[in-house]
Design a protein around this ligand. Structure first.
Ligand SMILES: Nc1ncnc2c1ncn2[C@@H]1O[C@H](COP(=O)(O)OP(=O)(O)OP(=O)(O)O)[C@@H](O)[C@H]1O
Ligand SMILES: [Mg+2]
Length: 338
């Protein structure tokens, strides 16, 4: 049974939030996960092709930005963390770009494995007059080879002792597998540092014992293999059940325009609903990456879960008001709280 009679717990005060932000700088966070490169090709449509009934896009510009676990790395670097990244790329231009981008931001890339048999995950979006025309995906998403997995595990053993927190960013492309998970979660727990997971519902039961999992609403339902039900009571029961199954310290369900709900373990789960802080919403893509980055960095800085979640919610409120997959920094976050 869930205790619904208790008053909602007090949300952390501004002063406490600001104190945690002041401790972001230099915290060491290890990101393990599926790296991706997002490519944007921009142009104008002048006419329909004489070859086939498709628009002809005259290309005027092109840009690249890390996606997936790479977007988590970017968010953390912007917030002031010292980031190390573990993942797999192919021996290709997209992989080289990712590494170059990370190096440019001072990220430790020692743990990025090049696997010549795999392609770097890349999503190329063609945007004409602000409209997405088509997206091309390139990826190898099967299980890792034995050799690549061994290198990844060795890097994990090398990097984990230096970390203040670990993020497992699972986009289901192969890096987060049972062995990598159990090694990372086991080592983090032995060291007493927080370990958080952005989950893939298919791997859900492998995340046992982590500090926090951060599914969005539909992932949370999928994790429990249930059909989604509307309403706050249904979410309360769902979160409590996830806690029970995972035996994790907490679950943070991100609920888009409805903010987020934090469930903390206890004889009765403690539930905190946090309304969104967003004033304007332009682009929600990548908000989930901002949530797990801010949450984990705050935990690494010594914040309790509720304060970390409140900060993550503020950070998400900032990035959804920006165009594209965006990030925020400590200064902007502090300003939003004042
Ligand atoms: N439409 C919205 N209005 C206001 N706030 C939003 C909206 N969408 C997202 N947010 C904020 O961003 C947080 C994370 O968003 P969401 O629950 O959509 O995660 P997600 O589905 O993992 O996102 P993504 O996969 O795009 O990174 C929410 O908890 C909320 O604070
Ligand atoms: Mg997400």
């Amino acid at each position: 049974m869930i205790n619904t009679r208790t008053m909602p717990p007090r949300l952390p005060e501004r002063k406490e939030l600001l104190r945690t932000i002041a401790r972001f700088s230099g915290r060491r966070v290890l990101v393990v996960g599926d790296l991706m490169l997002d490519q944007y090709v921009r142009g104008a449509v002048g006419r329909i092709s004489p070859e086939a009934p498709v628009p002809v896009v005259r290309v005027t510009g092109e840009s690249h930005i890390p996606g997936g676990a790479g977007n988590v790395v970017n968010n953390l670097a912007s917030l002031g963390a010292k980031v190390s990244v573990l993942g797999v790329i192919g021996e290709d231009d997209a992989g080289a770009r990712l590494v170059e981008h990370f190096r440019g931001r001072g990220v430790n890339v020692e743990g990025v494995c090049v696997d010549v048999e795999r392609q770097t995950t890349q999503k190329c979006r063609v945007i004409a007059e602000r409209q997405q025309v088509v997206r091309f995906d390139r990826e190898t998403s099967g299980p890792l080879s034995h050799a690549t997995e061994s290198r990844l595990l060795a890097s994990l053993d090398a990097e984990l002792p230096d970390a203040d927190a670990v993020i497992l960013s699972d986009y289901g492309k192969g890096v987060i597998n049972p062995r990598v998970l159990s090694r990372a979660i086991g080592a983090a727990r032995r060291r007493g540092i927080p370990v958080t997971v952005d989950p893939k519902p298919e791997h859900f039961r492998l995340y046992k014992g982590v500090t926090c999992v951060t599914p969005n609403t539909s992932e949370a339902w999928a994790c429990m293999r249930r059909d989604a039900k509307p309403g706050s009571d249904a979410i309360d029961a769902l979160g409590a059940d996830i806690l029970k199954v995972l035996k994790s310290r907490s679950v943070l369900i991100t609920r888009g325009p409805d903010g987020m709900s934090l469930f903390e373990e206890g004889r009765r789960p403690r539930i905190t609903h946090i309304p969104t802080q967003a004033r304007e919403v332009f682009d929600v893509s990548g908000a989930g990456d901002t949530v797990i980055s801010t949450l984990t960095l705050a935990l690494a800085a010594g914040a309790p879960l509720r304060r970390a979640a409140a900060l993550a919610n503020h950070a998400a409120g900032i990035v959804v008001a920006k165009l594209g997959t965006a990030t925020t920094d400590a200064k902007e976050l502090a300003r939003a709280i004042r």
